[in-house]
Design a protein around this ligand. Structure first.
Ligand code: MN
Length: 261
């Protein structure tokens, strides 16, 4: 099994290397990851400047490792387009320090990188832990390796795209594992204004708003002390689009032509 590993916390983040150490036991691992922290960049790709890549000495012996001056999504695109000899069977992104739950998956660099792998036909796994202090990374790494084995053994479909979150708890404290759906809202972005003596500046601040998450959602699982596994796909919110009548199109075209100066 050929496994491409990336993250959005930067190539020297401890979560990435803990993951590599476990995944190395079950397949050939290649690391292609941003040279610095690139959190909250979602699926951003760099199109207006060249991308520099450096082959660097890995933190886990004998793992081919490339540091990318770009985003998590850039790393996957470069991996598939240039650096890997064969197509990766699996892309694993993480272990992110901090959770990626609910509609936050839309801005998550961790999930964005996994999405790029999924769009290129690989199985994809984003893995995050609801803790900022690097505790329990080993549990997350072992779970990722177990899921990779299930994918390799066809117990999970090979074209799967999973968003996995672990609570910041020991395994003894962890209640269980739940297959979930995304909670509808996780955060609201508020703006805080300050002044540097010359000019006003603004901080975007994320505030948790989903205080009473619905049962069956990822946020509900994590808050209850469960590990959450959410199968994702490219229709991320899994809802039909609101109906817009076809007649509106001809109406718009007519009005557009009429408004032509
Ligand atoms: Mn991150």
């Amino acid at each position: 099994m050929e496994i491409l590993v990336t993250n959005d916390d930067g190539i020297f983040a401890p979560g990435l290397w803990r993951l590599v150490k476990e995944l190395q036991k079950i397949g050939r691992v290649v690391v292609v990851a941003p040279d610095r922290e690139q959190s909250a960049l979602g699926t951003a790709v760099t199109l207006r400047q060249p991308l520099r890549v450096r082959k660097i000495r890995p933190l886990v012996a004998e793992v081919e490792t490339y540091s990318v001056e770009g985003t998590p999504a850039d790393s996957i695109i470069l991996g598939f387009g240039k650096l890997l000899k064969n197509k990766a069977d699996l892309v694993v992104s993480g272990i992110n320090s901090g959770p990626n739950l609910g509609d936050d998956v839309l801005i998550s660099g961790t999930v964005g990188a996994a999405l790029q792998g999924y769009l290129r036909g690989s199985a994809a796994l984003a893995i995050s832990i609801d803790s900022l202090d690097n505790l329990y990374l080993d549990n997350a790494a072992r779970l990722a390796a177990l899921l990779a084995e299930k994918i390799a053994g066809n117990a999970i479909p090979a074209n799967i795209f999973l968003n996995v979150n672990l609570p910041g708890l020991s395994l003894e404290e962890t209640k269980g594992i739940k297959i979930t759906r995304l909670a509808s809202r996780s955060h609201i972005d508020t703006v805080e204004e300050g002044h540097d003596g010359r000019k006003a500046y603004y901080w975007l601040v994320r505030q948790k708003i989903n205080k009473d998450p619905e049962e069956g959602t990822d946020i509900h699982a994590i808050e209850g002390g469960d590990i959450s596994i959410t199968p994702l796909h490219t229709e991320i919110l899994n809802k039909p689009s609101p109906r817009i009548p076809d007649s509106l199109c001809s109406e718009l075209l007519k009005e557009l032509r009429k408004s032509q100066p």
